[in-house]
Design a protein around this ligand. Structure first.
Ligand code: GLA
Length: 401
């Protein structure tokens, strides 16, 4: 087990990457980009069959890919200077032996994502004759912004265009997610990969995880003089340390107590009072109330109303993650409180929790002031300097060249 974001990309990389196609016969080449994400609302709802509302970030991972017939998958990463991992396709292919996941232990941590995606294509019967992949990216690592999903999805879209053009978006999302779950050993839901593949520029993605139905909701803050700030608290989050899996198990136990397949099936917060065990009751209350918040925010934005109206709902989502789901931290709480003190309309932690980033909805002209107040609060508490930056809703995974 390892940090999922270690395989992703980091900001400001200047390291060189070897020309891994030198001397090889290449038939098709191109470059694909898959973005990281930030979730406006809908945290820890995806593995409860609920609702999510992410946007794609301008930051992403690029995969420069060249297909050939050399019988190998070869991967290099600009964030791993000098390291080139080459693996013969018959050893990745477990469509007959069912053994590829067991071989993961031979792969370096960072390469488990791209090789896992390749293995999953093979397992599903899509032949890969040979491919060279060069990865590079700008999603901050460990910031809860899905650098690992950006990585998996960039490879998944590249391999689709090169080897399996008929693949649907839903299959692509499943392949990227399986690579993370089984090969990298990170038990994510489907939020991050869905956001990276399905999001559109200028829109938030409303996704019903159970039915996979989704719709694009206009999200143009500039028109309202607003800005969405991401504040990376520089305290890396980890999904693999057991807490995330524990929350999943608690949600399943809560659903079982209520006699439903998943907490998605619970319509009102009042229903969660039937759970006797106080921790499970709080976990369920978060999930049920968060699903309601997603739909409220989607309704407000979908009707073209002023996005300032969603501010208090975002802040209520933070309180629920902090008090009922217990996945927030002092740094995340400090960032949220300081942003609100400085005039943010709403603020909340994003992603799985236990570190990572916060979002704040602010007047564009107050963005610098909010950043300053958060930085001062961090200095006061002796926390490392946070990194705040504005984001706009950007395009999902696509071919760049
Ligand atoms: C992580 C997981 C997602 C989702 C979020 C919490 O980002 O990868 O699947 O569960 O946490 O909403």
């Amino acid at each position: 087990m390892h940090d999922p974001d270690q395989a992703g990309a980091e900001l400001d990389s200047t390291a060189g990457v070897p020309d891994i196609t030198a001397g090889r016969s290449v038939s098709i080449a191109g470059q694909w980009l898959a973005p990281g994400r930030v979730n406006l609302i809908g945290e820890h709802t995806d593995y409860n069959d609920g609702f999510v509302l992410p946007i794609a970030l301008p930051q992403g991972v690029t995969c420069t890919a060249a297909s050939g017939a050399n019988g190998e998958v070869r991967v290099a990463s600009r964030q791993r200077p000098g390291a080139v991992v080459t693996w013969p396709i018959p050893e990745i292919d477990d469509s007959e032996s069912g053994d590829a996941v067991g071989r993961v232990r031979h792969w370096p941590d960072w390469a488990r994502y791209p090789l896992g995606v390749a293995a999953e294509y093979l397992r599903r019967g899509h032949p890969i004759t040979g491919v060279d992949l060069e990865l590079d990216g700008t999603v901050p690592m460990g910031a809860g912004l899905s650098s690992s999903a950006a990585l998996s999805c960039s490879v998944a879209v590249a391999l689709r265009d090169l080897f399996a053009p008929g693949l649907t978006d839903a299959e692509l999302i499943d392949i990227a997610r399986t690579a993370e779950n089984e090969y990298a050993g990170v038990p994510t839901g489907i939020l991050d990969q869905s956001a990276s593949i399905l999001c559109r520029a200028g829109h938030a993605l409303f996704l019903d995880v159970r039915t996979r139905e989704h719709r694009q909701i206009p999200f143009d803050l500039e028109r309202f003089g607003l800005r969405l700030l991401v504040i990376d608290t520089r305290s890396p989050h980890r999904l693999v340390d057991g807490e995330y899996a524990r929350r999943r198990a608690q949600c399943e136990a809560a659903a079982a107590t209520l006699g439903v397949a998943s907490l998605r099936d619970i319509a009102t917060i009042g229903d969660t009072r039937r759970i006797g065990e106080p921790v499970l009751r709080r976990r369920a209350r978060h999930v049920v109330s968060e699903n309601l918040r997603v739909r409220q925010v989607a309704d407000i934005l979908g009707a073209g109303r002023d996005p300032r109206e969603v501010g208090p709902i975002l802040t209520a989502g933070h309180a629920s993650l902090r008090d009922d789901f217990e996945v927030s931290t002092d740094r995340l709480n400090t960032a949220v409180e300081a942003a609100l003190t400085a005039g943010a309309y709403g603020a909340r932690m994003v992603g799985g929790g236990f570190g990572g980033s916060v979002i704040a909805l602010v007047d564009a002209r107050r963005a610098a002031c909010v950043t300053g107040v958060v930085e001062a609060a961090f200095a006061e508490s002796d926390f490392a300097v946070p990194h705040a930056f504005p984001v706009v809703a950007s395009a999902g995974a696509h071919r760049v060249e």
